[in-house]
Design a protein around this ligand. Structure first.
Ligand code: ATP
Ligand code: MG
Length: 433
């Protein structure tokens, strides 16, 4: 069977709780739920956060039910007055509520086993919309509920993540996999360095827009983080092999377009890719950082096993430190400035010589907000790699202090990668003029 376009199940997620509308609490349950539904090939259409108001919740629930085949509600199943999910859902579905004696019994036993009397308020948790299936909650008093209503399915799950998660897993094996059918989601993440988001879009859009109308349609989204652009490719279908073949083909097309700017198609981070390149040669790296304050080294050492190739790192922030610890000539700093290509090159050569490593990396720049000049504005960063060849470049990064540091650290590690691959270093952040 070839991959016929298959309509996958559509889902809406509603997170309930007025605390989730404050600036101090965040709805993380919907992320867990989305991950689970993704794996089943169920498409999350939308998600909402609703406060503890019965009429609002009933209204949002009703509208979600119009759009989606499956509505998952999390939170508001507790025993107190502000826990209104059961009531709002039965309002919206026009179902009466019955007291479920087995739930009442389970809750009562939870209390008596701890030598406590069940407070009368907990009786509310035994109220269920007629026809609902009870989902056991081994980690709390609020049971979950599964409701099949005409063609739609509804799950009510507790709010506390440690109660919600196991119930969701149970739901997957008992009800959801059957409903989801054979449709599965397959995805690839492509990571790109050295290009702006708009440049990646310009280069790849004419290609990926065609994939939407092919037999096995592929959806593509672009995401940007400081320095790194990601292309997320996803496809759904019952024929997993056809899906994988279509994705392989798509990745191949993007590799041809993006060349060495594309550094990862298998989930590896930039520092893992660089680590693997060093390990393959049995080479080691030493780093000298000024404006990044150790951030590049921190990233390199985020990789387990990086001790195999990270030899040392020095944060040489002051001019004196650059001279004393890296051997950069005082006159060079005086004449060319601490943020200059010759100083960056001398820092890289100095650290690799002192550490006796095959590769030296150096970063010196102006992170801001002060310290900029018309000639060297804030965001000017010089990065040097002293390796099989010596490379030094001046970049201009935009954004605040944190952003500049983050961009510089990432780009420095990418410069190492490019040098090891003998790839072009004329990335989009190179300072013009
Ligand atoms: P309980 O019996 O604990 O009252 P409940 O189903 O009523 O269960 P809530 O009262 O809505 O759940 O939430 C209890 C706690 O669970 C919240 O204070 C919050 O810390 C956490 N929580 C609720 N919803 C979410 C969510 N969507 N994401 C992450 N945490 C949540
Ligand atoms: Mg509650």
């Amino acid at each position: 069977m070839t991959g016929e376009p298959v309509r996958s199940l559509r889902a809406s997620i509603i997170a309930v709780g007025s605390e989730l509308l404050t600036s101090t609490r965040i709805d993380t349950n919907s992320l867990t739920i989305t991950e689970t539904l993704d794996a089943l090939g169920i498409e999350v259409r939308d998600k909402m956060v609703v406060g503890d108001r019965r009429a609002d919740l009933a209204a949002q629930f009703r509208s979600a039910l119009e759009r989606s085949d499956l509505v998952i509600v999390t939170g508001g199943l507790g025993p107190t007055d502000d826990d209104l999910t059961r009531e709002a859902v039965s309002d919206a579905l026009g179902l009466p509520m019955d007291e479920d004696p087995s739930i009442l019994d389970t809750i009562r036993r939870r209390f008596t086993s701890r030598g406590l009397r069940m407070p009368e308020v907990n009786r509310r948790q035994a109220q269920v919309p007629r026809g609902a299936t009870v989902l056991a909650n081994p980690n709390g008093s609020a049971p979950g509920l599964w409701i099949e209503h005409r063609t739609k399915a509804i799950a009510l799950l507790p709010g506390p993540p440690r109660e919600m998660r196991p119930m969701l897993q149970q739901l997957v094996s008992d009800q959801l996999s059957r409903r989801a059918g054979d449709v599965r989601l397959r995805r690839r993440v492509l990571k790109i360095a050295g290009r702006t988001e708009s440049r990646v879009e310009e280069l790849t859009q004419p290609t990926y827009s065609r994939w939407l109308s092919q037999t096995q349609p592929i959806e593509t989204t672009i995401l940007a983080t400081p320095g790194q652009i990601e292309l997320h490719l996803s496809t759904r279908g019952a024929d997993v092999e056809a899906a994988e073949r279509a994705l392989d083909q798509a990745v191949g097309e993007l590799e041809a377009i993006l060349g060495t700017d594309l550094f990862s198609t298998d989930g590896r981070s930039l520092e893992e890719v660089v680590g693997d390149l060093l390990k393959r040669r049995v080479w080691r790296i030493a780093v000298a950082e000024s404006c990044t304050g150790g951030l590049a080294t921190s990233r390199l050492t985020d990789v387990p096993g990086s001790s195999a190739y990270v030899e040392r790192s020095i944060v040489a922030y002051s001019n004196d430190a650059k001279t004393a610890l890296l051997g950069v000539a005082e006159e060079l700093i005086r004449e060319r400035g601490a943020v200059s290509e010759p100083v960056a090159a001398a820092m890289a050569a100095g650290i690799s010589k002192r550490a006796s490593t095959e590769v030296g990396l150096a970063i010196t720049g102006i992170a801001g907000p002060g310290g900029g000049t018309p000639e060297k504005p804030v965001g000017t960063v010089c990065i040097a790699v002293d390796g099989p060849v010596a490379v030094v470049r001046t970049f201009r990064f935009l954004g605040g202090r944190e952003m500049v540091k983050s961009f510089a650290a990432f780009t420095a590690i990418d410069m190492v990668r490019r040098t090891l691959l003998d790839a072009p270093t004329d990335v989009d952040w190179i300072k013009k003029g």
